[in-house]
Design a protein around this ligand. Structure first.
Ligand SMILES: Nc1ncnc2c1ncn2[C@@H]1O[C@H](COP(=O)(O)OP(=O)(O)O)[C@@H](O)[C@H]1O
Ligand SMILES: [Mg+2]
Length: 254
């Protein structure tokens, strides 16, 4: 059984792309077959693997716009491991507009995943910092949502509205959708604010908050410079260890 997980938060810079890249690498290191799908027109995940989003004849744009276009045709190897990536391209921004009046506009990703014949254990989806049609395709096309939450002041605000969207999608479009969990990111233990935000998250979302804290570390920003995630570049780094623990928690969570 393939597990499909969408990583979503309409706030930018909270660690979505970093989570997809590092969780993917950690699952791949456990021997899992992993597909990463980049649904963000800014294409940071695609760029992480050295793929130029300006020169791509085939990308998630074609998959979403041409119904019946297969995922297999757009796949690239991601890094040195067994991971594959379905890259974004700059024209993906146009897809959001072009799809507005198209039939099955929210189900395009779902059909592509359902029709895919290449076996994967995990499909991880990166989404843009908005709740538009691209993120909606992510929520409709998967069964689990993972929400990175920056352990900062005001981070909680957006989480509630995201949850409302998730429940609405679940009621109307994708009854199988469930919240996998909230992941506190960029955590600074010396900041009383950060400690309070995580406590507040746990008070509201209880066991849905992962027992993994991703600490604030500049190493996360440095790794993609060499076309790798931190987990691939330095698996023993504290930040890499957090994502490797997360991968284990998720794999055991069933
Ligand atoms: N735990 C972390 N500590 C410090 N910086 C981080 C951490 N996670 C991600 N970053 C950096 O913060 C920026 C935003 O992260 P990113 O994953 O791109 O967020 P999003 O995809 O939600 O916009 C990037 O430069 C990334 O390298
Ligand atoms: Mg991103």
């Amino acid at each position: 059984m393939t597990r499909s997980i969408v990583v979503a938060n309409q706030k930018g810079g909270v660690g979505k792309t970093t989570t997809v890249a590092n969780l993917g690498a950690a699952l791949a290191a456990m021997g899992k077959r992993v597909l990463l799908i980049d649904l963000d027109p800014q294409a940071a995940l695609t760029a992480t693997y050295g793929i130029n989003p300006y020169k791509l004849p085939r990308s998630m744009y074609s998959v979403l716009i041409h119904e019946g276009s297969s995922l297999a045709r757009v796949l690239h190897p991601a890094g040195e491991s067994t991971m594959a990536i379905a890259p974004s391209s700059v024209d993906l921004a146009a897809a959001e507009v072009q799809l507005v009046n198209a039939p099955n506009r929210a189900q395009r990703l779902r059909s592509a995943i359902e029709n895919n014949r290449i076996p994967f254990d995990y499909i991880l989806i990166d989404t843009p910092p908005s709740l538009g049609l691209l993120t909606l395709n992510g929520l409709v096309g998967t069964k689990e949502v993972l929400v990175p939450v920056q352990a900062h002041f005001l981070a909680m605000r957006g989480v509630r509205s995201l949850m409302e969207v998730v429940w609405r999608v679940k009621r109307r479009l994708n009854p199988e959708l469930r919240l996998l969990g909230l992941l506190p990111t960029m955590y600074q233990p010396e900041s009383q604010h950060n400690v309070e935000v995580v406590n507040e998250l746990k008070r509201v979302f209880k066991t849905k908050v992962f027992d993994v804290l991703v600490y604030n570390s500049y190493a996360f920003a440095e790794a993609p410079v060499v076309n790798k995630s931190l987990v691939e570049q330095n698996p023993q780094h504290e930040g890499a260890l957090a994502y490797r623990k997360l991968a284990e928690v998720i794999a055991n969570h069933g």
